[in-house]
Design a protein around this ligand. Structure first.
Ligand code: NAP
Length: 547
C-alpha cells in the first residue's frame, strides 16, 4: 500500500475522497463526450512507457459545442453575485484536494515531477483559487467610479456616468507542460477568468491528459455542488495546432490565456489578430531572465551566490520560465573565480528527469547549437544520462560575441545557463540592455559597488522585466497581491498585465460605462444604495456611502 501523501495546505479534504474513472473524453456542458477515435496517450517521461487510458482529440463539432455551452453559461455567470463565484472557486479547491493521491500519482507518472514538488504545486493552485475568491468577495477590484449628473450645467447638462469592470465572455485557456497544476486546467488563468464572471474552455496539454481530466472531474463536481450551469467549465483534449487553433478562431471566444513556448504563443497571437473580430491573447512565454553580478557582490559572497544560483538554474530540471538563463559578470579575476565556483556547484547537481523526452531533445539541440558558435566556451559539459534525464550544463561567452550572435538569445529550456563576461561597467549596461523582454531580472550588489552604478543597472533591468529581484533568485513565484509575472515581449504578448497575482483578473474584463442608466438596470456595484458596501469613487471621492 502506498503511503498517504498529506497535503501541505489549508485545503484539507472535506468531502469523501472523489473516485474518478478516467474517460479519455471531452467534458462539454457537464457531459463526457468522445466522438473521435481514441488515439492519444500520455507517457511516462522517466521510462517512455505509454499510459492508459487513450484519449480522443476533440472534433470540430466538439469545439463548437464547448464554445456554445460556454456562451450559454455566460448568460448566467455575468450576473452571478461575487459571493457565489467565490464559493465556486473555494469549492473547486476543496474538490481538487478530494482527488487525493490519485491526482499526485497521475501527475508524477505523466510528468516525472517528484511528489513533494507536486504537493507544493497543488497547494499553490488552491492558494490561487483562494486569492481570487478573497479578491472578489472584497469587491473593490471592479474599480467602481460614479460621476453623478448635473442637469443645470451650462452650456450642456452633465449626464450620470458609472463605470466598472465587466466580464468578457467565454475564455479559452491553454496550460503549460512544466506546471501541470498551477498553469493547468485549474491554474491561474482559469481561476482569474472564473473569478471575473467568465466561463472557461480549457485546451488540455497533450503531455498530461489524465491530470487535466482529473481537474475537470473536480470542477464538474464543484459546479454541481454550487448548483451552477455545467457549461461554465469545459475541457477539450487534442493538439494545439488543430483543437487549440479552432478554439482561438471560434467566434464565441472573447480572449485567450496561454502559458507555453514563444513559438505557440506567437502563433495564437497572430491567429487571434487575424480574426475578422480580433481578440486579446494573453500569452506568457519563454524568458532568459538576466542575472547580473556586480563586483562588490562577488567580493563579499562569491561562493554562496554560486551555490544559490546553481540551485536556481537547476531547480525543477531547469524547466521554470523564471530560470536565470543569462549570467552577467564584470571584470576578470573575481569573475573567473565565480564562474569556476558556479560550474563546480552545478557539477554536483544530479540529473533531473525532464517533463518529456522531446523537452530533453530540444534542450540538447539548443545548447548544442550554442556550443557550435565560435567564442562559446563549455565550462561544464553534460550529456543525457538516461531516458529524458539531464544533468546541468554551463556555457560562457564574451559580451561582444553575445551581442552579435542572436542565436545565443534563444531560451534553452532546461538545466543550464550562459555566462556573459563583460570587460567593464559600461559594457555591462550596453550588453544587459540587449536581453529583450523578460519575466524577471536579478541584480546582486555589495557594499563596494557605487550607488550610482547599482541604480543604473536596476533601471536597465526595470526596462527589461516584469519583476526585478535584488540580491536574490528569480525562481519561485510568490502568489500574492503585488506579484507581477509578466513583462515586455517576448516574455508576454501583453506587457501591461500579469498571469500571477490579483492583476491577472484584469485580463478577462473590460471597462463598461453606463450613462443615465436606471438604478434597477445597473450592476449592484454601481447602484445608488451600494448594496455590496464597496469602496467606490464618487465624484472624485473614495467612499462607501450610498448615494
Ligand atoms: P508549448 O509547446 O508552447 O505548449 C503550450 C500549449 O500550446 C499546449 O497546449 C500546446 O498544445 C499548444 N500549442 C503548441 N503549438 C501550438 C500551435 N502551433 N498552435 C496552437 N497551439 C499550440 O509549451 P510547453 O511545452 O508547455 O512549455 C514550455 C515553454 O513554456 C517554455 O518555453 C517555457 O519557458 C514556457 N513557460 C512559460 C511560462 C510563463 O509563465 N511565461 C510558464 C511555464 C512555461 P499541445 O498539447 O499540442 O502540445
Amino acid at each position: 500500500m502506498e503511503a498517504t501523501l498529506l497535503p501541505s495546505t489549508r485545503f484539507l479534504p472535506t468531502l469523501t475522497t472523489m473516485k474518478c474513472s478516467l474517460t479519455g473524453s471531452q467534458l462539454i456542458n457537464g457531459q463526457w463526450v468522445a466522438t473521435g477515435a481514441k488515439t492519444m496517450r500520455g507517457s511516462n517521461p522517466a521510462t517512455g512507457e505509454a499510459l492508459d487510458p487513450r484519449f480522443a482529440p476533440a472534433s470540430e463539432a466538439e469545439v463548437d459545442a464547448a464554445m456554445q455551452a460556454a456562451a450559454e453559461a455566460f448568460k448566467i455567470t455575468r450576473e452571478l453575485p461575487p459571493a457565489t463565484r467565490a464559493q465556486l472557486l473555494e469549492t473547486i479547491a476543496a474538490r481538487i484536494m478530494d482527488l487525493g493521491d490519485d491526482l499526485l500519482r497521475r501527475a508524477n507518472l505523466e510528468t516525472g515531477l517528484p511528489l513533494p514538488r507536486l504537493i507544493g504545486e497543488r497547494a499553490r493552485t488552491c492558494g490561487q483559487l483562494q486569492l481570487f475568491a478573497d479578491l472578489i468577495r472584497e469587491g473593490s477590484w471592479v474599480d467602481a467610479v460614479i460621476d453623478t449628473a448635473d442637469p443645470q450645467r451650462q452650456p450642456l447638462p452633465k449626464p450620470d456616468l458609472r463605470r466598472m469592470a465587466r466580464p468578457l465572455g467565454p475564455i479559452v485557456v491553454f496550460g503549460a507542460s512544466n506546471f501541470p497544476f498551477a498553469y493547468g486546467a485549474c491554474g491561474g488563468d482559469t481561476a482569474s477568468a472564473l473569478a471575473a464572471g467568465n466561463p472557461v474552455v480549457v485546451k488540455a496539454h497533450e503531455r498530461h491528459p489524465s491530470v487535466n481530466e482529473l481537474f475537470a472531474h473536480a470542477v464538474r463536481a464543484a459546479l454541481q455542488d454550487c448548483n451552477l450551469p455545467p457549461g461554465v467549465f469545459n475541457l477539450l483534449q487534442g493538439p494545439g495546432a488543430t483543437v487549440g487553433q479552432a478554439l482561438t478562431k471560434h467566434p464565441a471566444t472573447q480572449a485567450v490565456g496561454f502559458t507555453g513556448s514563444k513559438r505557440a504563443g506567437r502563433a495564437l497571437f497572430d491567429l487571434a489578430a487575424a480574426r475578422s473580430s480580433p481578440i486579446p491573447v494573453y500569452a506568457e512565454m519563454g524568458s532568459l531572465n538576466p542575472f547580473v553580478l556586480l563586483p562588490g557582490a562577488l567580493a563579499e559572497r562569491s561562493e554562496p551566490i554560486a551555490a544559490g544560483l546553481a540551485q536556481s538554474i537547476a531547480a525543477g530540471g531547469g524547466q521554470f520560465c523564471t530560470k536565470p538563463g543569462l549570467v552577467f559578470v564584470v571584470g576578470a579575476a573575481a569573475a573567473e573565480t565565480f564562474v569556476a565556483q558556479l560550474a563546480s556547484q552545478l557539477a554536483g547537481v544530479p540529473p533531473a528527469t525532464m517533463i518529456a523526452v522531446e523537452m530533453q531533445q530540444n534542450f540538447c539541440a539548443t545548447t548544442g547549437a550554442f556550443q557550435k558558435i565560435p567564442g562559446v566556451w563549455t565550462r561544464l559539459a553534460n550529456s543525457p544520462t538516461g531516458f529524458a534525464a539531464m544533468p546541468p550544463i554551463l556555457l560562457e561567452v564574451d559580451s561582444a560575441t553575445w551581442r552579435e550572435q542572436l542565436g545565443l538569445h534563444e531560451e534553452a529550456f532546461g538545466p543550464g545557463a550562459l555566462v556573459i563576461r563583460c570587460p567593464d561597467f559600461t559594457d555591462l549596461i550596453e550588453t544587459v540592455s540587449c536581453a529583450g523582454g523578460n519575466l524577471t531580472a536579478a541584480l546582486h550588489y555589495g557594499a563596494a559597488d557605487s550607488s550610482t552604478e547599482v541604480r543604473a543597472v536596476a533601471q536597465a533591468l526595470e526596462q527589461l522585466a516584469g519583476r526585478v529581484v535584488f540580491n536574490g533568485y528569480p525562481t519561485g513565484v510568490e502568489v500574492g497581491r503585488a506579484m507581477v509575472h509578466g513583462g515586455p515581449y517576448p516574455a508576454t504578448t501583453a506587457p501591461s498585465t500579469t498571469s500571477v497575482g490579483i492583476l491577472a483578473i484584469q485580463r478577462f474584463v473590460r471597462p463598461v460605462c453606463f450613462q443615465n442608466a436606471p438604478d434597477a438596470l445597473l450592476p449592484a456595484e454601481l447602484q445608488n444604495a451600494n448594496p455590496r458596501q464597496l469602496w467606490r469613487t464618487v465624484n472624485g471621492e473614495r467612499t462607501k456611502q450610498a448615494l
